[in-house]
Write a protein that binds this ligand. Structure first.
Ligand code: G6Q
Length: 551
């Protein structure tokens, strides 16, 4: 039976209207936009759930937002949002619902998957996590020798690492400072060896965090951890006191030797990069305590509800998504810079990089058609003010258009003199400098020698969006993450790509498993790769036996 496919995105009238509109706006400078609309700095803003969003320093007008909202509506964004919240299998290639929103649903909510309400299961696991975290924090969960646990090592990669590692760093201020936390992800042995070198196995707990429990890196590190532990504690019975698992795969957890009673479950309808509020957040809950973890979840929930109910023109994730799409599809921007002005958010850009690039780095649509437009951008960034002394040069005077997203807080958790004011003065100043620049005439008037005038001129017209919150609390971190999750959802829904699979990571894994025995064989069997791959394998074989330098 043939089905009628929706028109290609680029053929929609709403898209065409944006093409025309972009053409008209392309030559208009932000200086002109601000001169023409003196109040745009107050008007092109939105506020919800304690988040202030200023998008006025973008190359757009109220009309742009109207046209972008029309595109979102025409593409059925509202229906897509509802389909997600209702648990429909919107992950079409894996035939799964996408229900990270269920992880932070209130206890009394009902969300059905195959006719079963999943909310009680979610809360049952959260309760078990809280019980475990409390016992560990109070020194009741003890290691094999009877010593209390003092160090927690999360073994996981990708979605089973970046979330907990980022959030632990972000909420370190709230953490129990008597405990040490480490996050080991890389199969590079250095990661594990350096993480445990100063730890006492008798006081160390390993959390093996793997949805599938088949991931090469995590299982390799878990085996290294077991050996490290047993070498020192000498009894296989120690494993059950020092290992817990977070997974969907009970039989593999048992096969590894972890007591299933010490397994914290989650479900295949939680994507790895969306899994921080599931049991994958166990290390974080141990660090900050169950109450703070609940606050994190309530922050997520506030934005979930806002995303589901707010009109698009006031909907923070939708606005962020639409503005990103505006530059990506109508201004040729290739990337977006995430610039948190808070040292605790140092890992947020990497976290959002996975969230966005693994979700929307796709080139076929829901119907298997090759897209004819740009999809997910390159996401990168660093905390301010550090970035100002590094890559901001390119943002201000380079040849690339890089839309920037600044994130800042009104109060520091560590007040020290006027340093927070200095930090935020820099954030605001950067948005001003990017937008308005410094003209040749202004540079000349400031007495700069004529020969230096071109190099010291700032063209401006460089777009930025600013996100401000009161303070970096667990609740506000939850809001920020949900804000970006739903931004990514908005863009994926308009681009009609499946934001919830990641087939693009598979090929390299398969080839690595073929190459591994080829590296390890002493005499050369016929290599049947291309000439470059063959030569690399041969080079590595010739050099791999040389021992490491003495320390
Ligand atoms: C995230 C991806 C990926 C995944 C890791 C770890 O969305 O699916 O980053 O989280 O590959 O997978 P496991 O949790 O199954 O070990």
């Amino acid at each position: 039976m043939s089905r009628t496919l929706p028109p290609l995105l680029t053929e929609r009238p709403e898209w065409q209207a944006l093409v025309t509109h972009a053409h008209q706006l392309r030559g208009v400078h932000l200086r002109t936009l601000f001169a023409d609309e003196p109040h745009r700095g107050e008007q092109l803003t939105a506020e919800a759930a304690g988040i202030y969003l200023d998008y006025s320093k973008n190359r757009l007008t109220g009309e742009t937002i109207r046209l972008l909202v029309a595109l979102a509506e025409g593409c059925g964004l509202r229906d897509q949002i509802e389909a997600m919240f209702r648990g429909e299998p919107i992950n079409v290639t894996e035939h799964r619902p996408v229900l990270h929103v269920a992880l932070r649903a209130p206890r009394e909510a009902t969300i059905l998957v195959n006719g079963e309400n999943v909310v009680p299961q979610v809360h049952a696991v959260l309760d078990r996590m809280a019980d475990f975290a409390t016992r560990l924090r109070q020194g009741e969960w003890r290691g094999y020798t009877g010593k209390p646990i003092r160090a927690v090592v999360n073994l996981g990669i990708g979605g089973s690492d970046l979330g907990p590692a980022m959030a632990y760093e972000a909420l370190r201020w709230y953490s129990d400072r008597r405990l040490t936390f480490r996050f080991v992800s890389n199969v590079d042995p250095t990661d594990f060896v350096e993480a445990v070198r100063d730890l006492d196995p008798a006081e160390t707990l390993f959390i093996v965090a793997s949805k599938s429990f088949t991931t090469l890196e995590t299982l390799t590190n878990a085996r290294a951890a077991r050996e490290w532990l047993l070498r020192r504690l000498g009894d296989a019975r120690a494993v059950r006191h020092h290992f817990v698992a977070v997974s969907t795969n009970r039989s593999a957890v048992e096969a590894f030797g972890i007591d299933p009673a010490n397994m914290f479950e989650f479900w295949d309808w939680v994507g790895g990069r969306y899994s921080l509020p599931s049991a994958i957040g166990l290390s974080l809950m141990i660090a900050i305590g169950p109450q703070h973890f609940q606050e994190l979840l309530s922050g997520y929930r506030a934005i979930d509800e806002h995303f589901r109910s707010a009109p698009f023109a006031q909907n923070l994730p939708v606005l962020l998504g639409l503005i990103g799409l505006w530059y990506n599809n109508f201004f040729g921007a290739e990337s977006v810079a995430i610039l948190p002005y808070d040292q605790y958010l140092a890992k947020l850009p990497s976290y959002l990089q996975q969230l966005d690039m693994e979700s929307n780095g796709k080139a076929v649509d829901w119907f298997g058609r090759r897209v004819t437009y740009q999809t997910g951008p390159i996401v990168w960034g660093q905390p301010g003010t550090n970035g100002q002394h590094a890559f901001f040069q390119l943002l201000h005077q380079g040849t690339k258009l890089v839309p920037c997203e600044f994130i800042g807080f009104a109060r520091s958790l560590n007040p020290l003199g006027d340093q927070q004011d200095l930090l935020i003065a820099n954030l605001i100043a950067q948005t001003e400098a990017l937008a308005f620049g410094k003209t040749e005439a202004e540079v000349r008037a400031s007495g700069v020698p004529e020969a230096q005038v071109p190099a010291r001129t700032f063209p401006g017209n460089r777009p930025s969006t600013t996100i401000l919150l009161e303070v970096l609390s667990p609740e506000n971190l939850g809001k920020l993450i949900a804000l970006y999750e739903h931004k990514v959802f908005t863009q994926g829904a308009i681009w009609q790509v499946n934001s919830f699979d990641q087939w693009g990571v598979e090929l390299g894994k398969a080839l690595a498993s073929r190459i591994l025995p080829e590296l390890q064989q002493p005499s050369e069997p016929a290599l049947a790769h291309d000439s470059s791959t063959n030569a690399l394998i041969r080079w590595y074989r010739q050099h791999r036996a040389v021992s490491a330098p003495a320390t």
